[in-house]
Design a protein around this ligand. Structure first.
Ligand code: MRU
Length: 343
């Protein structure tokens, strides 16, 4: 499998290992998972995070559950595992996409034949995601401004996917081609995926990166320091509305105000044509303790009310282009997405 650098998911045939992203960059600790319950917990607790990586992990979770059943394996016997994995996080559609794909692959099989088919299919979903990201990188690199910095949010790299990354994959591909000037990484409160993960990944790849607090984005754009904003997605609806890490919408508004292209990168497995618009996307709300404390230390008055949505929705009207493995959708809307997704 390509791009094993800092890839966060390792399949060993009879168990799964996840790089514990809660501990990065201080420690590189791998968490072994031997059951689908352990995988659901790892997704819920953000040991593994990022839309494609969540989907891949869930697929391996089903493979583990099937192995445990052996000759008794059937889709009916796996129903509770499918349900528990589906309930682990609500917003990233890649989770549901991967589970559906596993279910389809297992149709009409049972016993050891099903076990083998599900293991092979999980590996296929994993390898296929890397290939999709490579293609996204190639299509997207051509869109980045030559000689000007790009601004990115959250972590969309090898850690968030099967490898290479989506928005960060484009940044990696542009760097490989020698056209990337610089990257600004927003720290991404409250989990600090930008500070802990993106800056770490880029630094290890020798890609020039400057870390900024989220509230610095407008200042950088006003100074003329940003040539494009590039982000990933957790779910893109039929009209091109895009759910992504909280703070993405604000960046899109800022980019429009400053006349800067706002680019979304995601595999087609992130596109959900079953939802008409972003209003229908379930937005995960996480524990308020994630914002009232930092690394276990309280940073707010005890008992203060706090609101902690993990994602927001950027309307398609603010998106300059969506890049998938199939190519570039400019000025996304129902028609453009429908055409792009046609088989
Ligand atoms: O809460 P997270 O860390 O799972 O959120 C991740 C994001 O919002 C990413 O931008 C998105 O999943 C795309 S990852 C290629």
């Amino acid at each position: 499998m390509a791009d094993q650098f800092s890839a966060a998911i390792r399949w060993h045939g009879d168990y799964l290992e996840l790089l514990d992203q809660r501990k990065l960059p201080a420690e590189e600790q791998w968490l072994p998972c031997h059951s689908s319950e352990q995988v659901s917990d790892a997704i819920r607790q953000m040991v593994v995070r990022g839309a494609p990586a969540i989907g891949i992990s869930a697929a391996y979770g089903i493979a583990l559950a099937a192995r445990a059943l052996g000759e008794r394996a059937s889709l009916a016997a796996l129903a509770a595992d499918f349900d528990a994995l589906a309930a682990s996080r609500p917003t990233a559609v890649n989770l549901f996409w991967a589970l559906d794909s596993m279910r389809r692959c297992g149709q009409s099989l049972s016993g050891n034949a099903l076990v083998e088919a599900l293991s092979a299919h999980a590996c296929h979903i994993h390898a296929d995601d890397v290939a999709r990201n490579r293609a996204i990188g190639t299509h997207g690199a051509a869109l980045l401004p030559v000689g000007k910095a790009v601004y990115t949010h959250c972590n969309t790299g090898a850690l968030a996917t099967g490898g290479h990354g989506t928005a960060l994959g484009i940044i990696r591909s542009a760097h490989e081609q020698g056209t990337l000037a610089h990257v600004y990484a927003g720290e991404t409160r409250p989990w600090l995926q930008g500070a802990r993960l993106t800056a770490w990944e880029l630094q290890r790849d020798g890609i020039p990166v400057t870390l900024v607090v989220d509230s610095c984005a407008g200042h950088l754009m006003a100074r003329g320091d940003v040539g494009a904003v590039i982000v990933g997605a957790d779910r893109i609806t039929a009209n091109g509305d895009t759910a992504n890490k909280i703070g993405t919408y604000g960046l899109a508004v800022l980019a429009r105000h400053h006349g800067i292209p706002f680019i979304v990168a995601a595999p087609c497995s992130t596109i959900d044509l079953s939802l008409a618009s972003g209003d229908a996307i379930a937005i995960e709300e996480r524990d308020s303790a994630e914002i009232t404390a930092l690394a276990g230390q309280p940073v707010a008055a005890p008992g203060v009310d706090a609101f902690n949505p993990a994602f927001d929705v950027t309307p398609a009207s603010l998106v300059t282009a969506i890049v998938t493995e199939r190519g570039v959708i400019r000025e996304p809307d129902d028609r453009a997405l429908g055409e792009h997704m046609r088989d």
